[in-house]
Ligand binder design. Structure first.
Ligand SMILES: Nc1ncnc2c1ncn2[C@@H]1O[C@H](COP(=O)(O)OP(=O)(O)O)[C@@H](O)[C@H]1O
Ligand SMILES: [Mg+2]
Length: 519
């Protein structure tokens, strides 16, 4: 009866890592053979080849006879390359190696034929899983060490060559751990800031975006080309509260799985901004494929998703977006596995007012017929439009606005107000839960019962509300929407009651309904 050698590694399930056990046994036989169980067929051959060749190149002897390596649990999908290093260690035949305590170590890494460690995708979630499972040491390819170290709380040891691991345990030098530096992480954030003060004029749009950022309201900007819609949208991540380390790890795990983490920025240092083109396939937008990968909506998690040229997005793409917008996570179902990715984002859409783009422009004539204008707007997806709280016009600037030397407000100044308004709202919510058990954290996500509970107005507020309700012939849903918006406006004043000026501004943030949609 031969002994079993156990080495630990990790796999990905959804956006989370999971510990994988690599168990090896050997049975004496005249010929050496390496059997691997628990990997997809195609990956087994390749892994066998790499492990044998790397061991030979590094002068690391493998056990003789029939070697059986089992990767458990069997029911999770494992990609082959991560396990090269732990497989090699599990069948290593070096005097004294069996006495090395590997129980607190977790190993990840693909081997080249010459024994170098190659970087793998998904290291951050696997590092977090190893840490949470109580492992003390994580051996990773040197090129992944920066990313892995962001899972603070586990000692990350960068490995360049399979031989380094052996030297580490048997002699000197020991591998020097890679330390995650929180200060460096936040320092990057400041240099990459895109600032609102770069955008001239457009005060109404800026105010609308500020209110949207405070209540996490989805927003649509309508205006002719070249008025700054894209500029404005790309700056919204910097007026939202700074990303927290936990939010960053959650989103960075998604980037890690998609293979988009670069070594320089192992963790996102600011909220993501994703602007997928309207020609993108629904799978690329929401995630999927035969080997499920997160889509744009998950890459925008804890940040901003910007759909430019909104009417050009096809109906099907908009249809599939609807549920994830509601649920804030998306389930991708495949034949033998389904994975769940978070996708909590603020949605910003932009569009021209008509096909030619110049309807309402002060000097350029619009060449569209009234019918073609209506057709253009009819292309907008109703279900998504229904989830957009704010609509704002972004008009062409006159020369004086563009020429001005007056400094506009910086993102930092706007962000201060956004944070203050959010803090005021958070105190009010005080642990209130949504139907799915998640905490209620912003006005946009209030359900009807929350609107009744939290959107209290005074007499003046009631008067304006009544006027708006009658004049705009609002539905009950439209009425709730105005109330939610007014609640956010009132949060900027730290006012427990919604007053008439708050309602009036909220109504203004919906004025496009009348101008464009109800005509
Ligand atoms: N309000 C503005 N302030 C400063 N520059 C602007 C403004 N609007 C447009 N621009 C300039 O025009 C370019 C195009 O603007 P963009 O944001 O792409 O417009 P849109 O998305 O509305 O078509 C910007 O890169 C910028 O150089
Ligand atoms: Mg644009």
């Amino acid at each position: 009866m031969s002994t079993i050698t156990t080495v630990y590694s990790a796999a990905i399930r959804g956006i989370d890592g999971q510990i994988v056990t690599v168990e090896a046994t050997s049975v004496s036989a005249p010929q050496q053979r390496l059997d691997i169980i628990g990997l997809p067929d195609a990956a087994i051959k390749e892994s066998q080849g790499r492990v044998k060749s790397a061991a030979r190149a590094c002068g690391l002897p493998l056990k003789k006879g029939v070697l059986t390596v089992n990767l458990a649990p069997a029911d999770i999908k494992k990609e082959g390359t991560v396990y090269d290093l732990p497989i090699l260690l599990s069948v290593l035949d070096m005097p004294g190696f069996e006495r090395v305590d590997l129980s607190e170590c977790c190993f990840l890494g693909e081997l080249s034929l010459s024994g170098e460690l190659r970087p793998v995708n998904g290291v951050l979630p696997m590092a977090v899983a190893a840490r949470d499972a109580g492992f003390k040491y994580l051996f990773v390819p040197a090129d992944n060490a920066g990313e892995a170290s962001a899972a603070y709380g586990i000692t990350v040891l960068p490995v360049k060559n399979a031989r380094d691991v052996i030297t580490h345990f048997f002699s000197r030098p020991q591998i020097i751990p890679t330390i995650f530096n929180k200060e460096d992480f936040f320092a990057i954030a400041d240099d990459t800031l895109l600032d609102f003060s770069d955008v001239k004029g457009q005060e109404a749009a800026k105010k609308a975006l500020e209110i949207a950022a405070a209540g996490e309201h989805n927003i649509l900007m309508i205006g002719p080309p070249g008025t700054g819609k894209s500029m404005l949208a790309s700056r919204v991540p910097y007026i939202l509260p700074p990303i927290t380390l936990d939010e960053s790890i959650e989103t960075s795990k998604i980037y890690s799985i998609a293979g988009l983490n670069s070594e320089l920025t192992p963790l996102l240092s600011h909220r993501p901004f994703r602007a997928p083109h309207h020609s993108l396939s629904p799978a690329a937008l929401i995630g999927g494929g035969s080997n499920p990968k997160p889509g744009e909506i998950s890459l925008a998690n804890n940040g901003v998703l910007f759909l430019d040229e909104f009417p050009e997005f096809d109906k099907h793409s908009c249809e599939v977006l609807r549920q994830p917008i509601e649920d804030r996570n998306v389930t991708i179902t495949r034949v033998n596995a389904s994975v769940n990715y978070p996708c909590s984002f603020m949605l910003i859409c932009a569009m021209n007012p008509c096909k030619c783009g110049y309807y309402g422009h002060p000097t350029k004539p619009c060449t569209c017929t009234p019918q073609s204008r209506r057709n253009y707007l009819a292309m907008l997806s109703g279900p998504i439009l229904d989830r957009i709280d704010i609509q704002v016009e972004v008009n062409s600037l006159d020369f004086s606005e563009l020429d001005t030397s007056l400094a506009s407000e910086t993102s930092a100044e706007i962000r201060k107000r956004v944070i203050k308004a959010r803090n005021f709202a958070m105190e009010r919510f005080d642990g209130e839960k949504l139907a799915n058990g998640m905490p209620l954290t912003c006005n946009a996500r209030m359900q009807p019962k929350h609107v009744r509970k939290f959107c209290l107005f005074d007499d003046g507020g009631r008067k304006v509300l009544q006027m708006a309700y009658e004049k705009l012939s609002l539905s009950a849903r439209g009425y709730d929407r105005i109330l939610k918006l007014a609640r956010t406006v009132a949060d900027f004043d730290e006012s427990p009651m919604i007053r008439k000026d708050h309602v009036a501004l909220a109504v203004q943030l919906r004025s496009l309904d009348r101008k464009y949609f109800n005509t």
